[in-house]
Design a protein around this ligand. Structure first.
Ligand code: PLP
Length: 388
């Protein structure tokens, strides 16, 4: 019988048992609406404020600077559109990078249709934005810079503190999409010097459909969801109390033993990368080998399609991804790999294996055992493979 090995922790992570326990009361007996004033609702209101305190503590922020959202995508949309519209009298130019998640790229495309102009900074072959490029792209019209903290496909960690400092010198707002970073690497909003930061619970052992946006006190940003007075009237909608209880517990757990966990995961990741490069000819690691999320391994195998690889891995019980979860299913090559300068035919053949807390040494051994054979079989079928 095949094993099941989950190596798609950048797409989502399993909910931790302690997180589920923290959520259950608010799906059962504690069903009060946190906005209600009677006693039955007090536990729900307390759960929401506790979650806010837990998120704030994990990020080095004040609880009053944390605003809950329905997902990381919403946090990105709010930060970008909210800051753009609130500051458009000062200017209508925004700076971002070519390798952002679609939650950012499509928000920016929308703003371009509304008359904003956007500069998409290139990245080097490891996927890094250059501070000098940012400096040169700033104009009198620039009101916002949005650059991700860690890339979801190749795991490259951007020099956010340095980039934010450049924006701050010119009084320009700085947002970072830290959805892949929170729970994997240290994230402190003060050390980073950012004005806004997005996160999402399901990337670090929390439930899906819950996120948060850090908004530094005093930041000028429009309300995104209009309605009731929740989230200090800045993001209306009855709170997802159980989800927030889960987010609070998950972020406390994920950031509590961060360095110990990262060291273990990184060792597994290095074993995987070294094993693949040693066993599979014409294989290549995408992204930086140093400034990289501990659990991310992203490979290109010449002459084959990522999709075909995923199906064969799935048949052997391995869940993985080609590019991001949002782009798998489409045959377009990854915009991230193209931005690294990889040619189309190579950008099609990528495989992302992302390691999480639940993975073991045996999981890695299993992948190293089956992957070379799968790649070889697909190459034998490929018209591009020399000799075929
Ligand atoms: N930003 C990045 C970098 C991501 O990896 C993701 C999810 O894959 C998102 C944003 C969107 O987060 P959510 O799935 O919570 O909408």
């Amino acid at each position: 019988m095949n094993r099941f090995v989950y190596l798609d922790n950048s797409a989502t992570t399993p909910v931790k048992p302690q997180v589920l326990d923290a959520m259950l009361p608010y799906l059962k007996e504690e069903y009060g609406n946190p906005s209600s004033i009677y006693k039955k609702a007090a536990a729900s209101a307390t759960a929401v404020s506790q979650a806010r305190a837990q998120v704030a503590k994990a990020l080095g922020a004040e609880p009053s600077e944390i605003f809950f959202t329905a997902c990381g995508t919403e946090a990105d949309n709010w930060a970008i559109k909210g800051a753009a519209f609130a500051n458009q009298k000062k200017g209508m130019h925004i700076i971002s990078s070519q390798i952002e998640h679609h939650a950012v790229l499509h928000s920016l495309e929308y703003l371009e249709k509304q008359g904003f102009s956007v500069t998409y900074l290139p990245v080097d072959k490891e996927g890094k934005v250059s501070p000098e490029d940012l400096q040169n792209a700033i104009t009198e019209e620039t009101i916002l810079v949005t650059i991700m903290m860690a890339n979801n496909e190749i795991g490259t960690i951007e020099p956010i503190a340095e980039l934010a400092r450049i924006a701050k010198e010119k009084n320009i707002l700085f947002h970072t999409d830290a959805v892949q970073a929170v729970g994997s690497v240290p994230v402190d909003v003060k050390e980073l010097g950012v004005d806004m930061l997005s996160l999402s619970a399901h990337k670090f052992g929390g439930p899906k459909g819950v996120g948060a946006l850090y908004i530094k006190k005093g930041t000028k940003i429009d309300t995104f969801m209009h309605g009731g007075a929740q989230e200090r009237s800045r993001r209306a909608g009855t709170e997802n109390v159980a989800g927030l209880a889960g987010l609070g517990e998950a972020i406390s757990l994920a950031t509590g033993n961060l360095s110990e966990k990262a060291t273990r995961i990184e060792a597994l990741r290095n074993k995987l990368i070294e094993g693949v490069l040693a066993r599979i000819p014409d294989s290549h690691v995408n992204g930086s080998l140093t400034d990289r999320l501990p659990g991310n391994a992203n490979f290109c195998f010449r002459y084959i399609e990522g999709e075909a690889l995923l199906l064969r891995l799935d048949a052997k019980g391995v869940a993985a991804s080609s590019g991001s979860a949002c782009t798998s299913g489409s045959l377009d090559p990854s915009h991230v790999l193209l931005a690294l300068g990889l040619p189309h035919e190579i950008a099609h053949g990528s495989l992302r294996l992302s390691i999480g807390e639940q993975n073991t040494e045996e999981d890695i051994d299993y992948v190293l055992e089956i992957l070379p054979g799968i790649v070889q079989t697909l190459r034998m079928m490929s018209p591009l493979y020399p000799g075929n």
